[in-house]
Design a protein around this ligand. Structure first.
Ligand SMILES: [Zn+2]
Length: 68
């Protein structure tokens, strides 16, 4: 299990703390900084998420965490 030096320690998909989160997507929020979404390893595997750094073209069809 490799440690992510910049891991925020939070998974937006299962909505809980994690030690394996990586940046998946950045939501543009008009003016101001975008909202970064992180997913842990199990969620990435389950949802087949691609790390943001590895996904060249931006995609609007990326699965997002469900609210509530
Ligand atoms: Zn997760």
């Amino acid at each position: 299990m490799a440690e992510e030096p910049n891991a925020p320690g939070w998974c937006h998909w299962h909505g809980g703390p994690t030690h394996s989160a990586v940046l998946i997507a950045v939501l543009e929020a008009g003016s101001g900084p975008g909202n970064a979404l992180y997913a842990c390893a199990p969620c990435r595997d389950e949802q087949r998420l691609t790390p943001y750094a590895e996904s060249a073209p931006p995609s609007d069809s990326a699965p997002l965490p469900s609210e509530g």
